[in-house]
Design a binder for this molecule. Sequence first.
Ligand code: HEC
Length: 133
Amino acid sequence: MIRASRLPLYGFVLGALVLSGAVAQAQQSSMTVDPALAKQGKSLFQKKGCNGCHTIGKGRMAGPDLMGVTNRRTGEWLKRWIKAPDLMYDSDSIAKALIADFAQLAKMPNLHLSDAEVDALVNYLAQESQKKH
Ligand code: HEC
């Protein structure tokens, strides 16, 4: 009898644990933004022509709307993709799904960016993605 009455408590504790795990994961994916890098990223986004194929929060063009992209992908994935998308076309399952959805016109080209430029761009995308939540 005593045990049975404790069951709902166990359920509650278990639920709370699962929930706190989910919260931890959500926090992990929203990265800390370096404002100086984000500023560089903003000008690179224009200078390197990202804005020719992408908006951030204004809908899809040749490529996906990048609003929230730092919440739906890891920083590590984004860096690899922006650096060399062509190396992921055939091997990465997320890339394959994106290409199936978007590559009617063009696949995202390899823009030969440096690691520092990629880092700045990811900071900019994170900053923009965190603005409207
Ligand atoms: C010629 C058009 C074009 C240019 C220029 C371009 N992209 Fe893309 N981008 C795409 C397309 C198309 C996709 C979707 C995958 C595919 O089909 O290759 C994509 C996908 C992405 C993704 C993944 C989006 C998601 O939902 O996961 C990111 C991030 C991204 N681009 C960032 C950039 C950045 C940063 C630049 C500038 C350095 C850039 N892109 C330049 C066309 C472009």
